[in-house]
Design a protein around this ligand. Sequence first.
Ligand code: ZN
Length: 293
Amino acid sequence: MIFDTHCHAYWRGLENREEAVRANMSAAGVCGSIQIGADIESSRLALDTAIRWGAGAWCTVGIHPSDCQDISVDSCEKIMRELDRLRESRSDKVVGIGETGLDYYHLTPGKEASQKEAQFAFFAAQARLAQRLDLPLVIHTRDAAADTIGLIKENGVRRAVIHCFSEDARFAEELTSWSEEIRFSFSGILTYKNARAIQDAAVYLPLDRILVETDSPFLLPAGAQGENGVNEPAFTRHVMDFLKTLRPEPPEIVEQIVWNNSLAFFRISDKFFLKAGQRRFPTGDHAGTGISG
Ligand SMILES: [Zn+2]
């Protein structure tokens, strides 16, 4: 069983073929998904999708660095209140805050300083919200590795996932030693020919730190036949199968541990995935709903 810990199925290219998207997920063994919010409107859509999909689907609420960089820092608290109201309306479905983070790739020339300042402020606010609610933080980072590590430490962020991991083993090492509750989520980028540093990190990391995702509709994995080239949650299977080729553990153990990691990190009970009479996954250090080290 595979868990897509980061997708946007409400987005263009996926939102109008929901039935096929869900059928493809079942066929690929992708039984769990988390719909990720990137601003107030998409957080609402993420929640609506999670509710509509029922068991096996959850969501986050948050504001992406590129979506907050042109918003006045003064409205930060107001936006946090709105996100929190949304969460409160269905706290059973909202399992994280974000995606937040830093994105220096999409800065506007001439506006870099003020846009970075906004990204910092919205990160700090979402980190506080996540801490207050005891929820994990979903972190995006692009062309901003050193500052992202700095922000995580300054804000005392311990329980977080670096989503769509595209840094190297040194970056991973710095954060694994910072907190036992940091996870690294690998996307289709892992399967790309030029992704050697990312693949090295996927081998270096302890398996219990690893999650997988699609970030669909973006980042089609190598070898996946997406409708009109669009990525979809079912292709978490491609990421998982590629990860298995990299890891020293037996393939079935890789799939099982990464599944257990997903439930533990987001504190999702496995009761949502058990049909009557079905056997639970073997329990052990990685099972249960707490975070294992
Ligand atoms: Zn995303």
